[in-house]
Design a protein around this ligand. Structure first.
Ligand code: SAM
Length: 282
């Protein structure tokens, strides 16, 4: 009887540990994309509260190094993949030297909703767009952006290589990629989802053929990875969304802005702008 009770208690404890690992430590990534996004939807308001970064810290580690790399282009076109609550768009927009525009995409609708609160003033003037869509299929033409970023997200994606390949595709030749690589002791708790520094360097240089790969320590859990797309091209510069957005359905035509949102010039499929300003694509 006592032995049975001990076994039941141990079984319950073990199940609790496994559940915690699956849902909290690894944020659902071993359970598939839907679970990851569901958890972000549930967690969005808390995420927003816990990630109250100092503007000076954001400027020092994100905005200033970005401006340095993109120099002398002060009005670049930036894509922030898995933008969450718009941390990167805000860091850049708060910096007076940045004159560019940013498209932030994410699959968690709630994260984007809280993101609006951080960047509404720049959404109103058409310098920031937030779009609800997945990282693995980006509806933009090849070679579109001066910089593509993806912070603290690749390890939560089921197909990180597909997302990286898409990010590189839409970066212009000679443009920059800025992503994070999860490290620290936590990384060991996510087998198969994180890469040691040297493995990350090898992936970006050998598998993806990127140049000038530089991995810099950043926060407790993350390194920043800078890399450049081979080739050379003129800076693309900031443009309105409709000039770079390809219809996610027919993939051929550009989108046209109307009073409710955007409509495809060819297949006529329309994508509304929600009340909070987020563009609904999925
Ligand atoms: C830890 S948050 C990082 C958010 C933001 N980049 C930041 O630094 O604060 C991870 C984000 O990745 C998003 N995400 C995960 N998988 C995704 C996918 N396949 N496509 C688009 N977004 C995804 C989640 O919804 C979440 O907002």
């Amino acid at each position: 009887m006592v032995v049975t009770l001990i076994l039941v208690v141990l079984g319950l404890l073990w199940s609790g540990v496994i559940l915690w690992w699956l849902l909290v430590t690894t944020e659902g990534v071993y359970l598939g994309r839907r679970v990851v996004i569901l958890l972000y939807d549930l967690y969005a308001s808390r995420y927003e509260r816990t990630k109250a970064y100092e503007p000076l810290y954001e400027a020092r580690f994100l905005a200033w190094p970005i401006q340095q790399r993109l120099k002398p282009n002060r009005a670049p076109m930036v894509l922030d993949v898995a933008t969450g609550t718009a941390r990167l768009p805000r860091a850049l927009m708060q910096n007076p030297g940045f004159m560019g525009s940013i498209i932030g995409i994410d699959l968690s609708r709630k994260m984007l909703h809280y993101g609006v609160g951080r960047v509404a003033e720049w959404m109103d003037c058409g310098r920031v767009y937030l779009m609800h869509l997945p990282a693995e299929r980006l509806p933009f033409p090849d070679n579109t952006f001066d910089l593509v970023t993806c912070l603290e997200a690749l390890e939560f994606m089921n197909r990180p290589y597909a997302a990286i390949a898409e990010m590189i595709r839409v970066t212009r030749p000679g443009g920059w990629l800025l992503v994070t690589n999860r490290g620290g002791s936590d990384a060991r708790l996510m087998p198969g989802k994180t890469w040691p520094r040297e493995k990350a360097r090898q992936i970006y240089t050998e598998k993806f053929g990127l140049l000038e790969v530089e991995i810099l320590p950043w926060q407790d859990l993350y390194d920043l990875v800078w890399a450049r797309k081979p080739g050379d091209s003129l800076p693309t510069r900031a443009r309105p969304l409709e000039e770079v957005w390809l219809c996610p359905r027919c993939h051929t035509a550009r989108m046209i802005r109307n009073e409710n949102g955007y409509v495809c010039a060819s297949c006529q499929r329309s994508f509304p702008i929600a009340k909070d300003g987020v563009i609904e694509v999925v």
